[in-house]
Every structure is written in structure tokens, then in C-alpha cells.
Design a protein around this ligand. Sequence first.
Ligand code: ATR
Length: 276
Amino acid sequence: MDRYAVIGHPIGHSKSPLIHTAFAEATGQALVYTAIEAPLDGFAATVDRFRAEGGRGVNVTVPFKLEACAYATDPADRARAAGAANALKFDGDRCLADNFDGVGLVRDIVHNLGHAVRGRRVLLLGAGGATRGALLPLLEQAPAHLFVANRSVDKALALVQEFVGRGAPAHVLEGGGYADLGGDAFDVVVNATSASLGQALPPVPAHALHPDGLAYDMVYGQGLTPFLQLAQTRGVRHLADGVGMLVEQAAEAFAWWRGVRPDTATTIQRLRVPLI
Ligand code: ATR
């Protein structure tokens, strides 16, 4: 049977084996998908071993996404732009890499949650790896405006400059601090900071959230995070956590490996933890 795995450190809480096993059952694909914890200094050696044992591909999670991109011989453009990969596919001596986090996010927002990005004002909170992965797929949707706000202002400015240098439209993509947000609200606000993991709130002003818009926290299964609570208090009608993004990025990787795209709705329903 073809073997796949998710590699991370720690890896105990990963939902990827459950998700991919459900996809395999639903699509009739014969594969085994496991979780592997690599030592912090042993990512490449762990992947090498898995390949030598006949592994066909892996998902990669924290803290190895940057190393995964560097490991690959053939990183896709969006993985290169993010500097990070969350999926590898082995083909003889070659190793292809891609980053499906951003497409997973966009698919969840646009397709599952029914919020357009095209022509809208989008705000991304944070300027770390999660934002890097989301930028190209969001820009491909042609938003009217995409603002990257970060606590460390220099980091947001540098990130935006890097993407504009690679061809992102400067009148669409802007960055700065939370104090630079101005008075106009955003239709889609995505929390791509790691603040929710520590029950912290990025200092986004409530007026930046449009009541008819979408507040999206990329974390999964944390209930109403401080960011989503802020959005709720502000009266934002649509709140979402990252369960859909998690399942959609998995579906993209599955399709990339197996040539069949699984249905995601059932798995999202199964994994969804109520926001209350
Ligand atoms: P990674 O690259 O793995 O995503 P990271 O570089 O540590 O991780 O990025 C985490 C992001 O969350 C950063 O944008 C960080 O802001 P700074 O660059 O200013 O550190 C942001 N972040 C984390 N905790 C935060 C908090 N309490 N409030 C606001 N932003 C926070």
C-alpha cells in the first residue's frame, strides 16, 4: 500500500491521519497515512528514511515548513514565495514541494463560507509564516485592498516590499502597524498571528471589522478566541475558525498526490468544534 505521513514536532494532536484516512476511504484510494515526530535537528534524515522505506509523500507541519521547502528539489512558486512548504511529493530522486495553506484558506472563505474576496477589502493580521503562505492565493483573488498589519511594523513592511518586488500590485498590497489601519472597515479579516494559541488578542481596533463581513481565525478547535470574541462584540455576523482551512489544504495535497479531489464537507462537519 502507498504510504504517506505528516511530519512535525510535536505531532500527537495532528488531525491529518484522520482526515487523509477518511479521504482515502471516501475515494477508494489504497493508502496508509501515519504521523511521524521528527527530532528538532532531524527533519531531513526523517524524510530520507521515509522515502527509503517507500513513502510517496508527506505533509509537513510546525516547525519544519521552512526546512521542507529547502529540502525540495522542485518547490512550486507559491512555496518558494512563502519560503515554506506543507506538502512534499517524491518522484525518484526529485522532491516536489507545495504550500496548500493559502489555497485552503481561500477555498474555505470563498467556496465554503461564501465570502467573496474579489474586489473586497481584506485585512491580514500577522506577518509570520501563516501570512506568507496566504498572500499569493489571496492576491490571486484580486481583492481591492489587502493590508498586512503586524505588531512589529518593520516585519509587515519588509514582507509587503518583498511581495511587491515579486510583482504584487503596490496599490493593492500594503502593510504597517495596527495604528496605521485608518478608519475604513475591512470585509474579510483573517487572524494569521499565533496570538490565539496563548489566548492573546492582536491589537486590532474593533472598527476595522465590518459588521457584515467575515472574521476568520486560522487556529482550529480553540472555540471563541479573543479575536473572535472581539468580532462577536463588534457584531460581526460571520465568525469562523480554521477547521475548513485545515481540511481544504489536506484535500489539495490529497488531490496532488492521488489525482482525485475528495469531498470536504463531511470531514469539516466531523471535525468542527463549536465556537461557543
Ligand atoms: P511563524 O512564522 O511560525 O508563523 P512567527 O514568525 O512567530 O511564527 O509569527 C507569528 C506572528 O504572530 C507574528 O506576526 C507575530 O507578531 P510579531 O512579528 O510582532 O512578533 C504575531 N503575534 C504573536 N503573538 C501576538 C500577539 N500577542 N499580538 C499580536 N501579534 C502577535
